[in-house]
Write a protein that binds this ligand. Structure first.
Ligand SMILES: [Mg+2]
Length: 212
């Protein structure tokens, strides 16, 4: 494994817990009304957060997409100052200090960068949701992160808390490790899972030793 790709929300930092996605969803409906069901995978996010993300998937490529993304990002930016690091973040940052890393997130790029800076996460390659890239669970954001890191997806492992991360990794041909955050696994049977970033750090350190 030559590079690691991390989801942001509920993987590195808890932002969703502080984001008013209920009001964001009202803003979304005012902007775009209804949209077609995209058949996105089930995941454990709060319903308004999931519906906002489904709208971003459904309207990918639509001329209203940027306005939609900006409306949601206002609420994400407001939540960042209250956001909290996920368990084990500090140990993880130490553990991967010699590994190329990118953050691949459904959050708006400005909110994502602010969250990383707020929690002193030194990962500088960040692919947030962008108008030109179909969002996760499509593979586009992972492929873009790999292009920026200069590694093929087959040499990377995506790490995330959601089935959306898993499906994006599968679609891109990257490996995947699921973070359960101490809840029952929502991932496909056979998926490698860890409970939190502390367990992930131990897993990464021990698999690194095996490869020496
Ligand atoms: Mg997440």
């Amino acid at each position: 494994m030559k590079a690691l790709l991390f989801d942001l929300d509920w993987t590195l930092v808890d932002i969703q817990g502080f984001t008013d996605y209920g009001t964001a969803l009202e803003d979304v409906r005012e902007l775009v009304g209804e949209w077609a069901d995209v058949g996105a995978p089930d995941t454990s996010w709060d319903a308004p957060a999931r519906i906002c993300m489904e709208a971003l998937v459904a309207l990918a490529g639509d001329s209203r997409w940027q306005a939609l993304s900006d409306a949601i990002e206002r609420h994400e930016l407001a939540a960042v100052p209250q956001s909290t690091p996920m368990t084990g973040l500090e140990l993880l940052i130490d553990t991967v200090s010699d590994t190329p890393v990118a953050v691949v997130t459904l959050m708006g790029p400005e909110a994502a960068r602010l969250a990383l800076a707020t929690h002193e996460v030194p990962f500088t390659t960040v692919v947030g949701r962008l108008h030109d890239l179909r969002p996760k669970p499509a593979p586009d954001q992972i492929i873009e992160a790999c292009r920026l890191l200069g590694v093929p997806p087959s040499d990377t492992t995506m790490i995330g808390d959601s089935t959306w991360d898993m499906e994006a990794a599968n679609a891109a041909g990257a490996g995947f490790i699921g973070i359960t955050n101490h809840r029952p696994s929502e991932f496909a049977p056979g998926t490698v899972t860890v409970a939190d970033l502390t367990e992930l750090s131990h897993h990464l350190a021990s698999s690194e030793l095996r490869h020496r």
